[in-house]
Design a protein around this ligand. Structure first.
Ligand code: MSP
Length: 525
């Protein structure tokens, strides 16, 4: 086991009845950036994603596809695994809830809850929405145009009446409120935390945690007539992946649990911030440290839906705009936690503005001036002036600020902060005008270009989590060895060595030219 501190981060596990779209890619992307950041910052990261394969919704989709649920999930789970390559995700483990390791973990957790007196047999009569795999109270429902009952999420509900095991959720109300109170960072952002607190304060009822009317699920230990409620099964994935029920010192569980962060969309916060910590505490296991609920994307102002035909596949964005560009846009455009709208205009604006004009142009100007005027090698700096010290100092202080923003999952702030320094550096180029110094004062020119090369080195190291490919290209162009790209290499100790030969510069952020778009129909109309 590593002696570095653990950082364990998870995505929700995705229902396999859908094809992956940008909403799914967004959740995993946010985790990927944090996972990459923490690895560069010296943590032993475990980054988990996977697929949620049991339950009535998946069973129905398999029937519609005319195959048995296992073959169906074997096939469609691969679509989610493929996202890893498409989006350049650095996932360490990909869990499927149909794996034996997971079934064993679910049954062990169930047994523990049973032994602790947290489960009893009863019968459930109430409303259930298969689309959400969630139970609803009658007072939460409205009537749809066809007379059917509809949940607040828009999902159609059906009346269910069957024997069911219940979890004693009501008994956990005060301890949950106490958890939220003692650990104010447990739920973020704060507006969502308040929603959860009012929900719990309004009163909890015991939760139905087994079903008998279908069998695509984990069998309840000792009672084969029941399968576990899919959310109990799904949430357990987070401890399966660290080896639960093996929890002794020295095991992956002991090293990684409790997880540092469960990243989820706002629609599934209640399951993660209410049910999950209650299940864990009831089984004498510690709850995760934090759950962050992000917002939802709409497309050109509309909800993404199959019927509107506006569902955007991550593959399409990546092939149209580029992989790093897509990653950058999704995390820059919208304050993380808020809902956001995807529009072609907005992404093109970001690509041509922030990436091509600001970051790309800075890199291109500096690297090509060094190539032309310094014989293609890192120039040797002379005495530093105030302006040089100011830029260097801004650059040396970036990591602390950026780390603070990442720990709050404030990607937009992190990027904003990095772009402030890019702006400072571009202004410094304009003020120092190294192109004129090449004739009047070559020594001063060398100093200015050295300061800029060091600035670029810092920027490229810090943008690796967001834009791994472009940052790696920049670092290669600065001849920074792959083992010199960690955050510990930031600062003056590992500064560029004058005289190091640099490869020929090459632009990394091309402008997006409209006719290059491969899709002129579809989501953007
Ligand atoms: N299977 C459950 C999660 C179980 S976790 C123990 C599930 N799966 S899901 O596939 O429906 O959704 C997975 C994630 O995708 C959720 O975090 C959800 O918020 C996110 N998104 C789905 N559509 C989205 C958008 N349009 N925009 C942003 N995120 C969205 O729920």
């Amino acid at each position: 086991m590593s002696d570095r501190p653990s950082y364990y981060i998870t995505t929700p596990i995705y229902y396999v009845n859908d094809v992956p779209h940008i909403g799914h890619a967004y959740t995993t992307l946010a985790c990927d950036v944090i996972a990459r950041f923490k690895r560069l910052d010296g943590f032993a990261v475990k980054f988990l994603s996977g697929t949620d394969e049991h339950g009535q919704k998946v069973e129905k989709s398999a029937h519609l596809a005319g195959v048995d649920p296992q073959s169906f999930t074997d096939r469609v789970s691969e679509n989610f695994r493929a996202l890893t390559g498409i989006m350049n995700f650095s996932t360490d483990d990909f869990i499927r809830t149909t794996e034996p390791r997971h079934i064993a973990a679910c049954q062990a957790l169930w047994q523990r809850l049973m032994d602790n007196g947290q489960i009893y047999l009863g019968s459930y009569a109430g409303w259930y929405a298969v689309r959400d795999e969630a139970f609803y109270g009658g007072d939460e429902l409205t009537e749809g145009p066809d007379g059917k009952k509809v949940a607040p999420s828009g999902a159609e509900c059906e009346w269910v009446h069957e024997p069911s095991y219940f979890f004693r959720l009501a008994a956990w109300q005060d301890r949950l409120l106490d958890l939220y109170e003692r650990y104010p960072e447990f739920i973020a952002p704060p507006s969502r935390r308040n929603e959860v607190i009012s929900f719990v304060k309004s009163g909890l009822t015991d939760l139905s945690i087994s079903r008998t009317t279908f069998d695509w699920g984990v069998p309840v230990p000792g009672d084969d007539a029941h399968v576990m409620y899919v959310w109990l099964d799904a949430l357990t994935n987070y401890i399966t992946a660290v080896g639960y029920p093996t929890t002794e010192p020295g095991t992956p569980y002991a090293h990684h649990w409790p997880a540092n962060l469960h990243m989820v969309g706002k629609d599934i916060l209640r399951f993660h911030a209410v049910y999950w910590p209650a299940f864990l505490m009831a089984a004498d296991l510690p709850p995760p440290r934090r759950v962050f609920a992000h917002g939802w994307w709409t497309i050109e102002g509309q909800k993404m839906s199959k019927s509107l035909g506006n569902v955007i596949a991550p593959q399409d964005l990546v092939s149209t705009y580029g992989r790093d560009q897509t990653r950058y846009f999704l995390l820059r455009e919208v304050p993380f936690g808020n809902d956001g709208d995807f529009s072609q205009r907005a992404i093109v604006h970001r690509i041509n503005g922030d990436l091509a004009n600001d970051y790309g142009n800075l890199a291109q100007r500096v690297l090509s001036m060094i190539s032309k005027n310094c014989e293609g090698a890192v120039p040797a700096p002379g005495p530093l002036e105030d302006a040089d010290q100011r830029l260097l100092s801004a650059v040396h202080h970036l990591l602390d600020d950026v780390r603070g923003h990442i720990d709050q999952q404030a990607f937009h702030r992190m990027l904003d902060r990095i772009w402030q320094v890019i702006g400072d550096a571009n202004r410094y180029v304009d003020e120092q005008a190294p192109w004129s110094l090449s004739k009047t004062d070559p020594d001063r020119m060398a100093t200015v270009l050295y300061i800029l090369a060091e600035t670029l080195r810092h920027l490229a190291i810090l943008t690796q989590p967001i834009m791994p490919d472009a940052s790696a290209q920049l670092l290669c162009q600065l001849a920074v060895a792959p083992d010199g790209r960690q955050f510990k290499d930031l600062g003056p100790d590992n500064a560029l060595t004058p005289g190091t030969a640099l490869p020929a510069p090459k632009g990394v952020f091309p402008r997006f030219v409209e006719h290059a778009a491969v899709h002129d129909t579809g989501p953007r109309g």
